[in-house]
Design a protein around this ligand. Structure first.
Ligand SMILES: O=C(O)[C@H](O)[C@@H](O)[C@H](O)[C@H](O)COP(=O)(O)O
Length: 225
């Protein structure tokens, strides 16, 4: 295989970027603005690069996050920083990015303001991109979070989340808000996550594997080894 041959994960990233770009174009043919909700972590980076290179009317696209760590945008683990560095570049800098943090010291104090900001976007979203962790979490819906029940049941747009397995306090779009989209794409890679997804598909206890909150409605699964 020559160096220029894309890896399966690179091909996956490009195929997903093409699907998302087509979805955005289709929605923008009938509405003034379109909303794209993306997840953080490491998996999305090649997808962000591929999408940023797509020819789109970026000035008519709003981008926000499925969740965020309550850290400054200068922090290494800020999802807003990840989006600004890897997606909002070139023509895509014209997109309107709406972050999930505020000046408040904690997500609990900032949730009302962030919730108002999120609620003002052009819902239903055109696309929600979900990732998944090895524990079956998606966004910041974690099995060991004491706010999981609330995040799965509230109609508030965002929920402040404290999770023993995570070093930072977080804020997440609620499951109800994440469901308010025309399309949901799950972007995962590797054998471990394929096995987790297989377990999730074989059961129905959402609290143990929160990704299950999105398996009962249309979900386009994008996986590469
Ligand atoms: O803020 C985050 O980390 C994400 O929103 C989170 O839900 C992510 O999608 C999974 O943790 C998978 O992360 P990786 O892509 O790094 O495996």
């Amino acid at each position: 295989m020559s160096d220029s041959t894309p890896t399966p994960r690179e091909r996956l990233a490009h195929q997903l970027a093409e699907a998302v770009a087509e979805a955005l174009r289709s929605d923008l043919a009938r509405r003034e603005r379109a909303l794209l909700v993306v997840s953080g972590g490491s998996t999305p980076v090649p997808f962000f690069h591929a999408l940023a290179a797509m020819a789109l009317p970026w000035s008519r696209i709003d981008v926000t996050l499925a969740d965020e760590r309550w850290v400054a945008e200068t922090a290494d683990d800020s999802n807003a920083r990840l989006v600004r560095e890897h997606l909002l570049r070139g023509a895509a800098t014209e997109a309107r990015f709406v972050p999930l943090t505020s000046e408040a010291a904690t997500p609990e104090e900032g949730a009302a303001e962030v919730g108002r900001r999120i609620a003002e976007l052009s819902w239903p979203a055109s696309v929600v991109i979900l990732g998944m962790g090895g524990d079956g979490h998606t966004a910041s819906l974690f099995p060991d979070s004491r706010e999981l029940e609330l995040a799965l049941s509230t109609d508030e747009p965002v929920v402040a989340v404290r999770t023993p397995s995570q070093p930072q306090p977080r804020i997440t779009l609620s499951a109800d808000r994440l469901h308010q989209a025309y399309r949901h794409y799950l972007h995962i890679t590797g054998e471990e996550k394929r096995a987790v997804l297989g377990r999730a598909l074989a059961g129905d206890d959402t609290r143990s594997l929160p990704i299950r909150a999105f398996l009962a409605s249309p979900l386009s699964i994008h996986w590469a080894p």
